[in-house]
Design a protein around this ligand. Structure first.
Ligand code: ATP
Length: 486
């Protein structure tokens, strides 16, 4: 498809409701890069007229054409248009506009980032949290499926959080839109089959793809219920249910329903996961329900939940950082030119600013009562069994490098002091970085840091870019146990 055709296609697409007045990049001050997709960059931006913050997804037309993604982009826009603004659990598309080189999607800003990042940072969710967010996802799926749309790529990266910690489902490029007259499906499975041949791939993401999408290239609303089961499993355990060294091995496991529950997995959550991760799509819990997922709503996990008002979300975890304030100064020039885009790109690593009170309070500033309370709460943490009764002060996935290889480990910084690391797939304690008064941290950048011990230098990389926070936390623990050394 030529550039001219892309322009025509894009302009033919129905404009979103609020596109009454023509918009352009110069209506926004562009700030930090929030993230990058395979053919898009998402910026935090502020409307110069209202000061309201948005996430603006910028797509390069030439790149879309090269990668043959026009269909994907059109589908994303069309789904967002259909979803509109009636359901709070979806990212909303406010405006779209274009310039000769780019397409712009002005979207709800999900201030608290991805569900995946929260799971990785906290290790896993409390059962209250997992229950709450599963319930929000059930409500979101009722709305989505009621509109005749199947997401087909539901996963923790595509579930974002707004400033009040409610979910915002995003990324509808792989969605399937069924025809609304109920007579025939607008089956873009067919389209995807062609696509699949070309890419030798499938719609969705390996670990969350449903068996029918793999074996028959077919999908329905029940495929999203499968993904819901995978996400619930991951929130409760911190791990994906189907893991493997290659996509092939993951697919084998999915098709054979080969997965296990780690010790301590909440029994009610396990029962729901088991009823969602069923090979036959029609036999998944909820698959035969009409309009509302009554059979899911009635599951024991949601026993005392008021589905008409879920109430405020439970705090994800005491050990998780919350909102990153990344304000855009008012003296930033509106618009986005090449020079500004590359400058913002350089600032890609997260630079969370902390409130003054957070800076002053140390990780070790805990009263005996607080320690006792946190130890009690820690009992539901699946990594509790590895820390020998010590209080976890900070935990998170870190890539531990040895020679040419890096292994992802769950690091657990505890009182004691201890710094344990666990293989999160095998759920085996792999070791401990030995503490002594000579232990020393060194941050190389936002991602990479070293821990020096008398006998070894540990090369560590925080994939989320919180290396500085790790060094700070370790230094505080050191100052607490070896005050004269600091
Ligand atoms: P791909 O297109 O390769 O599947 P993607 O769907 O994640 O990737 P984008 O939708 O462009 O690509 O998003 C890129 C990143 O930007 C996301 O990983 C997310 O962290 C961030 N992001 C996307 N939308 C928003 C939003 N509305 N608010 C805040 N951050 C967002």
């Amino acid at each position: 498809m030529s550039m001219r055709n892309v322009n025509q296609v894009i302009s033919k697409m129905t404009p979103p409701v609020e596109e009454a007045r023509r918009r352009s990049a110069s209506d926004y001050r562009f700030g930090k890069v929030l993230g990058e997709g395979s053919f898009s960059t998402v910026y935090l931006a502020k409307d110069i007229h209202t000061s309201k913050e948005y996430a603006i997804k910028v797509l390069e037309k030439a790149h879309i054409i090269r990668e043959k993604k026009t269909e994907y982009v059109m589908r994303e826009k069309e789904v967002l248009r259909i979803l509109g603004s009636s359901c709070p659990y979806f990212v909303r598309l406010y405006w779209t506009f274009q310039d000769p080189e780019h397409l712009y999607f002005v979207l709800t800003y999900a201030k608290n980032g991805e569900l995946l990042k929260q799971i990785d940072k906290c290790g896993c969710f409390t059962i209250d949290c997992a229950r709450y967010y599963t319930a929000e996802m059930v409500l979101a799926l009722e709305y989505l499926h009621g509109k005749g749309i199947v997401h087909r790529d539901l996963k923790p990266e595509n579930v974002l959080f707004d400033d009040n910690w409610h979910i915002l489902i995003t990324d509808f490029g792989s969605a399937k839109i069924l025809k609304t007259d109920n007579t025939e499906k607008c089956d873009n499975d067919t389209l995807d089959k062609g696509d699949r041949k070309r890419r030798n791939s499938f719609v969705g993401t390996a670990q969350f793809v449903s068996p029918e999408m793999l074996s028959e290239s077919s999908s329905s609303h029940a495929s999203d219920l499968w993904a819901l089961g995978c996400i619930l499993y991951q929130m409760v355990s911190g791990m994906m249910p189907f893991r493997g060294r290659s996509e092939f091995l993951i697919f084998q496991k999915i098709l054979n329903l080969e997965y296990e529950y780690p010790e301590g997995f909440d029994p009610q959550a396990k029962d729901l996961v088991q009823k969602l991760l069923v090979i036959a799509p029609n036999e998944r819990l909820g698959a035969m329900d009409q309009t509302t997922y009554t059979s899911i709503r009635q599951h024991e996990l949601f026993k005392d939940l008021n589905w008409d008002d879920l109430g405020p979300p439970p705090k994800i975890s005491d050990i998780c950082d919350s909102i990153k304030d990344i304000a855009i100064p008012d003296d930033v020039e509106p618009g986005l030119d090449k020079e500004k885009a590359s400058r913002l790109q350089l600032d890609l690593v997260p630079t969370p600013t902390r409130k003054k009170s957070q800076l002053v309070k140390k990780i070790t500033d805990l009263t005996a009562a607080e320690i006792e309370q946190k130890l009690e709460a820690q009992k539901t943490n699946i990594y509790n069994s590895f820390v020998e009764g010590n209080l976890i002060l900070k935990q998170g996935m870190i890539d531990k490098k040895k020679g040419l290889f890096a292994r992802r480990r769950m690091f657990l910084l505890t009182l004691g002091p201890h710094l344990y690391y666990v293989d999160p797939v095998a759920m085996v304690l792999k070791g401990e970085i030995p503490w002594s008064e000579d232990l020393r941290t060194e941050a190389k950048n936002f991602k990479i840091f070293f821990i020096h011990t008398p006998n070894r230098k540990y090369y560590l990389e925080d994939p989320e870019g919180y290396a500085l926070q790790w060094c700070k936390a370790i230094d505080e623990v050191k100052a607490y146990y070896y005050p004269e050394q600091v």
